[in-house]
Design a binder for this molecule. Structure first.
Ligand SMILES: NC(=O)c1ccc[n+]([C@@H]2O[C@H](COP(=O)([O-])OP(=O)(O)OC[C@H]3O[C@@H](n4cnc5c(N)ncnc54)[C@H](OP(=O)(O)O)[C@@H]3O)[C@@H](O)[C@H]2O)c1
Length: 386
């Protein structure tokens, strides 16, 4: 079989690095045709020397010059600014860019009729109305990489008529580092504490989002966009071991769940190999060691971001873009020590509350909603600092 041609957007991040680990475990099965980064020149130079892609995209101009110079002896590699240039030469593009910056890759991959392994949930959440029609492009496929949605995707394969047979999607949440603590106890938590995730090792933005449960709220919107399930039929349950990655409940009372040890290489590999399964196992369970699987309801009054995201999802239109953008700015401000952990919610809630929502029909309208929400979030944060 011909190797699968893979482009990795955000190859210098957590998802990107793990994608390259999977490829390294079975190098004959894959051909890396593209890599991209924001600004991590040193890392992508090493990756490019190892995998020899046709295209290396570097968003930051200074980092791009450094990469161009370092790779100037490798004439088969073209260094460019725009990661979308690699989206039409791959069979599958893994989008591991963080935040709204991942939107161009999501759109270009689907527009080119390619398979998109989507880790970058923010692009689908913010731009659902303009991304959805692209899923109809001939050859385009969207395979989720988020472990919960990969689990749901696998569970739904067991149904021959999901529209009629599914009664509920149940997303599991680890609960993050602050599970079991009350709002008053979280007033002074530090960035280091919020970054100490109990089960997953991930990039900083999603790790902070996991500590507030905003990540789970965004995943509820993501599940709605991916599977077309109404919000009233998507539930969240806290499961601290992160072994059950999500579940589908059917109308006859059956529940089908997908289980593995927490290892993102499994869902990334699922998207790389789809519709087949890769032969390299990741996250295999040792049943002699797995003594407990616990479940509990989320504490919605302490972790208010969960219901805030549900509200944005239900409002629809530009609301998911607004909440996602405001949250990105708030998370950065928390990491920079400008606001407290609890204020991450307050910033996003204030911006959503003050925004006049609309129904975007073009990508420019989504970009505009994102830009305005960022400006509003910065204004709210300035007010908090004053
Ligand atoms: N990590 C996980 O286990 C996990 C699990 C589920 C879902 N996800 C989702 O996957 C996505 C990536 O998460 P991550 O944890 O891998 O993040 P990460 O470690 O922070 O990596 C982000 C990647 O995006 C690149 N990037 C950042 N800004 C960019 C820009 N403006 N233009 C182009 N590239 C840019 C970064 O480049 P630099 O190196 O230059 O910063 C880096 O390669 C997020 O949407 C996250 O929610 C992640």
């Amino acid at each position: 079989m011909a190797p699968i041609r893979v482009a990795v957007a955000g190859s210098t991040g957590s998802i990107g690095g793990q994608t390259l680990e999977i490829i390294s475990a079975d190098p004959d099965a894959f051909d890396v045709v593209g890599l991209s980064t924001g600004r991590s020149a040193a890392v992508i130079i090493e990756q490019a020397k190892t995998f020899r892609p046709a295209i290396v995209a570097v968003a930051d101009p200074t980092a791009r010059n450094e990469v161009s110079e370092a790779l100037s002896g490798l004439s088969e590699i073209e260094v460019v600014a725009d990661a979308t240039e690699m989206c039409d030469i791959a069979d599958v593009v893994i989008n591991g860019v963080v935040g709204f910056a991942g939107l161009p890759v999501t759109m270009a991959t689907l527009s080119n009729g390619r398979r998109l392994g989507l880790a970058n949930k923010e692009s689908l959440i913010a731009a659902g109305p303009v991304v959805q029609p692209l899923r109809e492009v001939d050859g385009a496929e969207l395979v989720p990489v988020d472990s919960e949605h990969c689990a749901l995707h696998q569970c739904l394969r067991s149904s021959i008529d999901t529209n009629r047979e599914v009664s509920r999607l149940v997303l599991t949440a680890s609960g993050g580092p602050f599970r079991g603590r009350l709002a008053a106890e979280l007033a002074n938590v530090t960035v280091d504490e919020a970054l100490r995730h109990p089960t997953w090792s991930m990039g900083p933005k999603i790790t902070i989002d996991s500590s507030t449960l905003m990540n789970k709220g965004l995943e509820v919107i993501e599940a709605h966009e991916l599977f077309g399930t109404p919000f009233d039929e998507i539930d969240v349950v806290v499961h601290p071991q992160s072994v059950v990655h999500s579940m589908v409940e059917f109308i006859d009372g059956s529940t089908i769940a997908q289980l593995s040890m927490p290892d993102m290489r499994l869902p990334i590999g699922y998207a790389l190999g789809w519709p087949h399964r890769l032969g390299t196992p990741f996250g295999t369970i040792d049943w002699t060691q797995l003594s407990q699987l616990n479940f509990e309801p989320p504490d919605r009054s302490t972790f208010k971001c969960l219901d805030l995201a549900y509200a944005a999802g239900r409002a629809g239109g530009t609301a998911p873009a607004v909440i996602s953008a405001a949250n990105e700015i708030a998370v950065d401000a928390f990491i920079d020590g400008e606001i407290t952990w609890a204020q991450i919610h307050d910033v996003s809630a204030a911006v959503l509350d003050a925004t006049e929502l609309s129904q975007p029909s073009t990508v420019d309208e989504v970009i505009d909603a994102d830009r305005r929400a960022r400006e509003d979030a910065r204004r709210v944060i300035s007010g908090m600092l004053a």
